[in-house]
Write a protein that binds this ligand. Structure first.
Ligand code: HEC
Length: 113
């Protein structure tokens, strides 16, 4: 039926378009970004220092993290460091959010917020 195949093609096109849309939306929303920076300062900061210069945990500033592979930093944040005080954040943070945070840490978030 020619009419049906036209409809099918439009539906397929829409499905691909919406998939592409959700892949591009991997970056957290502006509101969630604010929450993540707040969490970084307050929760992560309780061990890594309010200015992230280090405390119980090591410095999270760009000169400390810049040369480390982002994937291993993401893994440490998601799963913690067994036997060490660094807790796992999986459950509170999803991977896309941690990838975003690591990007901000490696380039430096400054004192903007
Ligand atoms: C209870 C204290 C504590 C909290 C809270 C904490 N960390 Fe950590 N973190 C540590 C310690 C201690 C280490 C060092 C682990 C080790 O000995 O390898 C560490 C290691 C890390 C590392 C690896 C640094 C490196 O140079 O290898 C990253 C990245 C990190 N933490 C990010 C975070 C982030 C982001 C948060 C908040 C979402 C957070 N941490 C919250 C204690 C903490």
């Amino acid at each position: 039926m020619p009419a049906a195949s036209w409809v099918d093609r439009v539906a397929l096109g829409l499905a691909i378009w919406s998939l592409a849309g959700s892949a591009a939306a991997a970056e957290p929303s502006a509101e969630r970004q604010d929450e993540l920076i707040h969490l970084l300062r307050h929760d992560c900061g309780s061990c890594h220092g309010l200015t992230l210069k280090g405390g119980l945990g090591p410095s999270l500033l760009p000169d400390a993290l810049g040369d480390q592979p982002a994937e291993s930093l993401v893994a440490i944040i998601l799963d913690g460091v067994p036997g060490r005080p660094m807790p796992p954040w999986r459950g509170l943070l999803v991977e896309d959010e941690v990838v975003w945070l690591v990007g901000r840490l490696q380039e430096g978030i400054g004192d903007a917020r």
